[in-house]
Ligand binder design. Structure first.
Ligand code: ZN
Length: 93
């Protein structure tokens, strides 16, 4: 099974959905550091809504929210320890 590298956050916010009035988990602001989490393909449903899921990032941090999109290595808020581990210690840009 394919493994994906997805962005994950140590904390998350909630926002009330204007249509069904349920509280949806949302990623914190763009400046909040995010980690790289390996997730088996199929574990997350397709779609833009991030999933509340406890996991351990490549750097060892515990994340509580995972988004179903590619980990962005070039982002300012990307955890550098995770980036380094993803490339086996080599830095890539
Ligand atoms: Zn990290």
């Amino acid at each position: 099974m394919k493994r994906l590298l997805l962005p994950g956050w140590e904390r998350y916010d909630v926002r009330r959905d204007p249509n069904d009035h349920r509280l949806d988990p949302v990623a914190p602001g763009a400046s909040e550091k995010f980690h790289a989490v390996r997730v088996f393909e199929g574990r997350l449903a397709e779609g833009a809504t991030p999933v509340v899921m406890e996991g351990v990032a490549l750097c060892g941090a515990v994340v509580r929210l995972v988004a179903n999109r590619e980990f962005d290595f070039g982002a300012e808020a990307a955890c550098q320890a995770c980036v380094t581990r993803a490339y086996g210690g080599k830095r890539m840009k």
